[in-house]
Design a protein around this ligand. Structure first.
Ligand code: SF4
Length: 250
């Protein structure tokens, strides 16, 4: 099966456990204001590659990826759901650890293909971009329910999958005490969440917008200091703890 691929990184260190072979798929339906990869938005800009081509290439790097595996990120990989399912199915047959980095956009519990996906995915890195519906839409033009429903689906016995949560903190948008707490409070109900990554907003994407003749929506906004990620994390963790305690006492 063909996929539209933006690029491949053979020694990724931040997209899942260990050293990883990272496939960036082309195409994304969201328009996050802080997106630093606007060049991945259009699927047609991708290079067509088959599942076998990718896995054959993976084999060249396999000796270096012992504690890692294969990550698919984007763009939004779920735009090419069939392709990801076939890629991960064959990867699992080869004993490769599979990780999907996604916002959950397009998730639909009635689509049985998501069950197939869960079966062949070892880890989902789920990007929760905002915890309020209206703010999520303002920030991404997408629907928060897709993300939260996907998280819920991954917590069920039949489709159980480990999840790492990712959350980008942006001044005045997500770096707001009550939103961070609400996020933690929501996450606290899930036992399949194994890690939390709080990522400070950075401005590395600005130049790409210029090259593509696009207006950068957050132009002028300064990068978030790294230490604020720690502060935000503490607030999210307070929400998680409160939820766990409340659920225990119910
Ligand atoms: S989901 Fe990722 S690729 Fe898509 S717009 Fe948002 S940040 Fe950019």
């Amino acid at each position: 099966m063909n996929g539209y691929i933006h690029s491949i990184e053979t020694m990724g260190t931040v997209d899942g456990p260990g050293l990883r072979y990272v496939v960036f798929t082309a195409g994304c339906m969201l328009r996050c204001k802080y997106c630093h990869n606007p060049d991945t938005w259009d699927m047609k800009n991708g290079t067509i590659m088959t599942v076998d081509e990718i896995l054959n290439d993976y084999k060249h790097y396999e000796p270096f990826l012992k504690n890692g595996g294969l990550t698919v990120t984007g763009g939004e990989p779920l735009m090419q759901l069939d392709f990801v399912i076939e890629l991960f199915t064959k990867a699992k047959e080869m004993g490769i650890h599979t990780c999907l980095d996604t916002s959950g956009a397009t998730f639909n519990s009635k689509n049985s293909k998501f069950k197939q996906l869960a079966k062949v995915t070892d880890l989902v890195m789920l990007d929760v971009k905002h915890i309020r519906n209206d703010k999520y839409f303002e920030l991404t033009k997408g629907n928060l329910n897709d993300t939260l429903n996907f998280l819920d689906f991954l917590s069920k016995k039949e489709t159980y999958t480990d999840v790492w949560i990712r959350h980008v903190i942006v001044k005045g948008i997500t770096y707001v005490q009550r939103y961070l707490y609400e996020l933690g409070y929501h996450l606290g109900q899930y036992k399949n969440i194994k890690a939390l990554d709080v990522l400070p907003y950075h401005v590395m994407g600005e130049d790409k917008y210029k090259e593509l003749n696009l207006t950068y929506p957050l132009y002028g906004l300064k990068a978030m200091p790294k230490e604020n990620a720690l502060k935000a994390r503490m607030v999210i963790e307070a929400g998680i703890r409160d939820r766990i305690l409340e659920d225990k006492n119910r």
